[in-house]
Write a new protein. Structure first.
Length: 267
């Protein structure tokens, strides 16, 4: 089933991809991807490992140029509007020997170029403070980030991304190495930021159940992008992306999207 092109409405688009294809070496990673997001949307992207999810984020971040297709970020080219895009990578443990506190991690979001800034302006500090308060981590500003829990560290990384004052926030498996309670708290935080700040969010995740109860729209990516502009996960979408039965939680209610099937060993 090919990806379905969603035409934009009257609202201004935050993100637009048309017929985007990417190959890495001899492997096609993305093929004919179409995607349109309005400002204030919250999109969750699921799909198997190796399906192209991280590659798609790299294209949006202007870290990878597609071989074919058109990409517009906030109405312009990815390179033109890169500073307006915040990014939260997959969870990484911090080196306990690296002496950096929460406050300086978040201030790094105010850096325009790689390296250290000798002086931060009053505006930089105010923005960093607001970012930390928005994720409920301001009271931990003097703590070494390596001494925080994994969930707290993820909140700090989100605050660092928010300190860039993004209009679009991208997150790549931000809860991959944390427990269920922390996953839920991170998703609750993102939903709050989306609603209260009208922040456009694109979230890559394998957490189908939790994800479906927080995002506004969902798509499946496995080289091709299957997307209908709603939060509905249909049997066809999941079957093409995963090619196997899947149980999910849809808005708090257990919901089987595929019928039971017997494996070849059971037949």
């Amino acid at each position: 089933m090919p990806s379905k092109r969603i035409e934009s409405g009257s609202k201004k688009l935050a993100l637009s991809l048309r017929d985007v294809s990417v190959s890495l070496g001899s492997t096609q990673v993305l093929k004919d991807v179409d995607l349109s997001l309005e400002k204030g949307d919250f999109l969750g992207i699921i799909g198997p490992n190796g399906g192209g999810k991280t590659t798609l984020l790299k294209v949006i971040l202007d870290l990878l140029e597609p071989e074919r297709g058109e990409v517009k970020v906030l109405g312009g080219s990815p390179s033109k509007n890169r500073k307006k895009v915040g990014y939260v990578p997959q969870y990484t443990n911090f080196d306990a020997q690296f002496p950096i506190d929460v406050w300086n991690v978040v201030l790094m979001g105010r850096l325009e170029k790689p390296g250290w800034k000798l002086f931060y302006s009053k505006r930089d500090k105010n923005i960093a403070e607001r970012a930390l308060r928005s994720v409920n981590m301001y009271e931990y500003r003097d703590r070494q980030i390596s001494n925080l829990s994994s969930g707290q560290q993820q909140r700090v990384l989100i605050a660092r991304a928010l300190a860039t004052e993004p209009e679009l926030l991208l997150l790549d498996e931000p809860t991959a190495s944390v427990d269920e309670k922390i996953k839920t708290s991170v998703y609750d935080l993102l939903e709050k930021l989306n609603k209260e700040k009208n922040l456009t969010i694109v979230l890559v995740s394998h957490d189908i159940g939790v994800l479906s109860s927080h995002v506004k729209k969902v798509g499946c990516l496995n080289t091709r992008f299957i997307y209908h502009g709603t939060d509905e996960l249909t049997m066809d979408m999941m079957e093409e992306a995963y090619e196997c039965p899947v149980d999910i939680i849809a808005h708090g209610h257990p919901h089987r999207v595929f019928e039971n099937r017997m494996s070849s060993e059971e037949e």
